[in-house]
Design a protein around this ligand. Sequence first.
Ligand code: TXA
Ligand code: MG
Length: 329
Amino acid sequence: METIIQKITQDSLALAKSILLQGGAVAFPTETVYGLGADARSDEAVENIYRIKGRPQDNPLIVHVHCGYDLNSLVYDDKPYAAVLREKFLPGPLTLVYRSRGIVSKKVSCGLDTLAIRVPSHPGAQEFLRYVDLPVAAPSANISKHVSPVSAEHVYSDLNGRISLILDGGACSGGIESTVCDVTGDYPVILRQGLVSREMIESAVGKCGVYVPKAGEQVRSPGMKYKHYAPKCETRLFDDPKAALKEFDSLQAQGRRVYVLCESKYAKMFAAEYVLDLGASPEEMAARLYSLLRQGEKVADVIVAIRPKESDGVMAGVLNRLSKACAGE
Ligand code: TXA
Ligand code: MG
């Protein structure tokens, strides 16, 4: 199968719609990462997504809709605080997990009685979703367990030959996946941290939990149990910048190609040509992390990463992805 990359135009949208209506999958931009979308109503289309990505069959998908879509047709939207979150954060990088009405394919939620809904703010995503006017099931458009794609070129390098169309909406500004938040209980509970932080949700509705799976418990967001976001080279994660420098020097002395991934403030400890600079603010680090991991895996045998010390707000999401990327085998 030939894979083409096209800017978002009436012609490419018409092509995208015809692919979706035939049960195929199309990659499209969002403000977080690129998605691989298919018709959420069709078992065959949803199965296609799992097959293309090599994704485990028990890791449910998020359904994407445009701003004007009636959520009530898909889920039981019965919690007043969920309406506040929607009003405040959507469209945007917040996915809400509701009780499902069972309208879309059962394969979307892998048999769970809930459904995750996302209304992305990227103008190209909205154009695409409005044009097709379908509930679009979409995971990130990478091969399962690899780093999520934040440009059309990243999607191409993972899925070339496996899909026919990538809609190109430029680089993703957010850079890490949406916050996933369960809104079925008495108060919201974050299942995956992201650009809408716990603090932001608390300030909107007063209370917000963060789900931490207990040992042996069946996880509520099945994606959490898998290795994720990993570059193809070795990685080593350090809390202490001096220990990272020692490791860097020692690896270099062994003739390994070693790069360092760190905040700007530590960059000057290393030779500039070997630095993958995350920047300074949490938002900047989120926006750069996946690009730098993908850049790093092309040139490095080993990436030595220094874990930022700050851990509140958006930084919680960045640390979660960085830890998973460096989690080893
Ligand atoms: O920003 C994003 O969310 C991107 C873009 C493409 O929208 N999508 C994305 O999808 O990251 P994916 O499939 O890579 O991650 C979906 C996450 C997984 O951790 C999955 O377990 C969780 O959402 N999830 C989906 N449906 C769920 C449900 N019904 N209950 C609990 N967790 C759910
Ligand atoms: Mg993913």
